[in-house]
Ligand binder design. Sequence first.
Ligand code: PAF
Length: 282
Amino acid sequence: MIIVNTVSDLRASLASARDGGKLIGLVPTMGALHEGHASLVRRCVAENDVCVVSVFVNPTQFNDKNDLLSYPRDLDADCRLLSDIGAHIVFAPTVEEVYPEPDERRFSYPPIDTVMEGAKRPGHFNGVCQVVSKLFYFVEPQRAYFGEKDFQQIAVVRAMTADLRLPVEIIACPIVREPSGLALSSRNQLLTPQERETATTIARTLVESTLWAKTLSVAEVHDRVVATLDATDGLRTEYFQIVDGDTLQPVSRWTQSHSIVGCITVYCGERPVRLIDNIRYK
Ligand code: PAF
């Protein structure tokens, strides 16, 4: 495995693979890697000749300075994990390397990027599109792998890829969970052991809600999920929306779409830590 920090070194290390017609896969990450990332990298290694993993905490997608500052970073540990899994190239650039000039491009894909995370974190998806489009230009992968925990992010990245006519297949990979059900996230590192225990209520409630959905209306399931979580000490729901899995617009009836997903963001603990998760109803 090689580690490169510049776009020119990255391109040089990919040149012979590209000339040889080899398949290049990309796993974009912000580091602090866990088993969820590992599952994306394993799949990328299995399905491509070359697996590139980018490790870059992208400042333009953080609308909260403290969130950016507290984001966990450990490149050495990340590289050990990636080497064990068999990744070929780690691209770990500086902010100046990715953004030699401020990125003035604006990406907007309403209504997909205006709801949920788009509404709560203004500018977040614009930043995600800025960095992912740059990574696609730098790496020119045939495939890119994203985790379904960030359900809305995948929809936005698909819209951006189609908009820019980029020949990259976006591959969505299932959420990886702890045995407790807690969705793996780099932010889990910021939880105390007690908060981590509390956070397991999120996934447990979402799973229970798939049973409630057999007899209750969409609005009733929504209200019961929010009431259950908000009644738990240390949890505060920011939003829970039951949406069409393609358009991400709220649904009011279970028969309204062939694909229905509940997307949630919950604040957990003292700091507090912002956790997201989702569950598929159909
Ligand atoms: O999902 C993430 O970790 C980030 O949003 C991504 C896709 C690596 C872009 O910075």
